[in-house]
Write a protein that binds this ligand. Structure first.
Ligand code: RIB
Length: 346
């Protein structure tokens, strides 16, 4: 017998009636229940109807108070790396009772402070910053005056002592360049964004370190600064075929995909004419022909570590800050080949 409370039913009553956990009911009622069976979802909706349960935020005075949401600021949701990062944060946060609210800066760079401030005055309990350009003033307003914990990752370029989850950028860049040099490539073109963010400067530094170890220099005439996305790769390809490069390092897979397309439209083949290496290992890679050699970022683990640090910080605001640096993994595809002294593919 379910003893209903004299006042409005709660999510606990729904969970009791449906015979599943409150978290599961919350996920299902918030449209995040894809992992549950349709039978479970049916039971929840049936119990909700029978108990006439509907969350009433205003009555519970929750509006304006900090609920269990986490703001996530990313540079560009169209970039598969950042959309995958947002998803990995969501998948790590929701089972722990937190839900992310994603803000993609793309095109609103000058408003990043405005949007971050919205988080400060909103109901988020914490902020994940993966985008560059936030001012020190807005960050101080958040963390010092509003006690809103932040976790920095990827392109965030603040020199604060907030928690961070990063990848070993320099080591990854060096490994990529080392791999191409070990295949005999000496004339390597670099396709990078016009403005390198703090993390990408480290990645590029890693590339150059490998060249120095081989007694070579990165030639300025083989560095192509372009738009940060596939179209940037297409444009760079048109310039690269005018050089004696035999290999191409793209700053990420998004750009690498554009280089593929650009070379193909110019009658050049990969890896017959050019070896190509990307970065990220985003989900579309498996559809590329030939498959792209790339540096895989542990995107799921990055999301898990970000959520772990955020919840820890919410629970223990004064614990010392933590910096987690995760390793990447070079995934060899079919877009790279060894060449001989004459530059011919072996
Ligand atoms: O694809 C976007 C790239 O820029 C990724 O490599 C990520 O690290 C970001 O900084």
């Amino acid at each position: 017998m379910i003893h209903l409370k004299a006042n409005k039913t709660t999510i606990k009553d729904v969970a009791l009636k449906a015979g599943i956990s409150v978290t599961a009911v919350s996920l299902i009622l918030n449209g995040k229940g894809e992992r549950f069976s349709s039978e479970t979802k049916r039971k929840v909706h049936q119990a909700q109807l029978e108990l006439d349960y509907y969350p009433d935020y205003y009555a519970r005075g929750l509006v304006g108070q900090r609920n269990n949401s986490i703001g996530v600021v990313i540079p560009n949701i169209k970039n598969p790396f950042f959309s995958s990062l947002a998803l990995s944060i969501e998948q790590a946060a929701i089972p722990k009772g937190y839900f992310p609210q994603i803000f993609s800066v793309n095109g609103f760079k000058e408003n990043i402070d405005y949007f971050i401030e919205q988080f400060a005055s909103g109901t988020q309990k914490g902020l994940v910053l993966a985008a560059p350009g936030a001012s020190k003033e807005i960050v101080d307003k958040l963390s010092i005056h509003n006690d809103i914990p932040m976790v920095l990752t990827d392109q965030a370029d603040l020199n604060t002592d907030d928690d961070r989850v990063l990848i070993a950028e320099e080591k990854s860049g060096k490994e990529i360049a080392h791999y191409l040099l070990s295949l005999g490539h000496k004339r390597v073109a670099f396709v990078i964004p016009r403005k390198l963010t703090m993390n990408l400067v480290k990645r590029f530094t890693g590339y150059t370190e490998a060249f120095i170890e081989y007694g070579l220099e990165v030639s300025e005439d083989l560095i192509f600064r372009t738009d940060f996305g596939p179209e940037g790769g297409v444009k760079a390809a048109k310039e690269i075929i005018k050089t004696d490069a035999t290999a191409i390092i793209a700053i990420n897979d998004d750009v690498a995909m554009g280089v593929f397309k650009g070379l193909h439209s110019l009658g050049k083949s990969v890896p017959g004419d050019y070896s190509i290496v990307g970065f990220d290992d985003f989900n579309l890679n498996k559809y590329l022909i030939p498959s792209l050699t790339t540096m895989a970022q542990p995107i799921e683990l990055i999301g898990q570590k970000i959520v772990e640090l955020m919840i820890e910080r919410i629970q223990y605001p004064n614990r010392p800050s933590k910096r987690i640096v995760l390793d990447t993994k070079l995934k060899i595809g079919d877009s790279t080949r060894q060449i001989n002294e004459g530059g011919r593919v072996l």
